[in-house]
Design a protein around this ligand. Structure first.
Ligand code: CA
Length: 237
């Protein structure tokens, strides 16, 4: 079992690391929210322990970024007197919470329960038309043919697939795929989209990745009458 602990208090980190390692868990540590987001998205964990109060990016922001891409079970650590944190955490996609201070045995119990629950579900296969994106196996196919994607291209496709039907702006894509805000380099997104599109749509008649001028990109199956860009039948809002 592999666990990621996102926590900045050295005492708690040391205590959890030694205790869980002793129990046979493989433990990764992130000491701030940015590193936590990066590790949580980039690597596959059976479960993540996420503190709310973190430097650089708080636990809620980490959870939000993670949930756009992955359904890794998350147990949040909240302060005893902050009941709103628990409610908010659960609403935003946490699977469980523990209030500090907590007993080690109780945490281990909860971690096992969460890891078991996801293993039973594994609903991480997204389909859009004849496209299948397997988020756990990290592979994508169209019409049964595997797409030969780089890690970044797969991540970009995952972001679009998880939110298929929604228009994602370049800024949103930048934050979700590169986890940084480099507004002045939006051509990075354009270049990545162009490469992905060549592999995803190039050999196929039905195009799935569409540019919505002035707004961003959307992954969806369009009826033939919707193929014009931008959509002229869209009502002004
Ligand atoms: Ca903390």
């Amino acid at each position: 079992m592999k666990v990621l602990i996102v926590e900045d208090e050295h005492k708690v980190v040391d205590y959890l690391r030694s205790g869980l390692t002793e129990q046979g868990w493989v433990v990764d540590i992130a000491m701030d929210g940015e590193e936590g987001t990066h590790l949580a998205i980039e690597y596959d964990y059976d479960v993540i322990v996420l503190d709310v109060m973190l430097p650089r990016r708080d636990g809620f922001a980490v959870l939000k970024a993670l949930r756009l891409q992955k359904s890794t079970p998350v147990i949040m650590l909240t302060a005893r007197d902050h009941i709103n944190d628990r409610v908010r955490g659960l609403r935003e996609g946490a699977d469980d919470y523990l209030t500090k201070p907590f007993s080690f045995l109780e945490l281990v119990e909860r971690l096992h329960a969460l890891a078991r629950r996801t293993r039973a579900q594994e609903s991480t296969l997204i389909s859009v038309g004849d496209l299948y994106v397997d988020l756990i196996g990290r592979r994508a196919t169209r019409d049964g043919v595997r797409l030969d994607l780089t890690a970044k291209e797969f991540q970009l496709l995952s972001v679009l697939a998880r939110r298929h039907g929604d228009i994602l702006s370049k800024t949103a894509i930048t934050e979700l795929v590169w986890e940084v805000d480099f507004e002045s380099h939006t051509n990075v997104v354009e270049t990545a989209i162009k490469r992905l599109r060549a592999k995803l749509d190039g050999p196929f008649r039905t195009k799935l990745l569409h540019t919505v001028r002035g707004m961003g990109y959307v992954l969806e199956v369009r009826e033939p009458r919707d193929m014009r860009e931008p959509r002229e039948d869209a009502r002004p809002s």
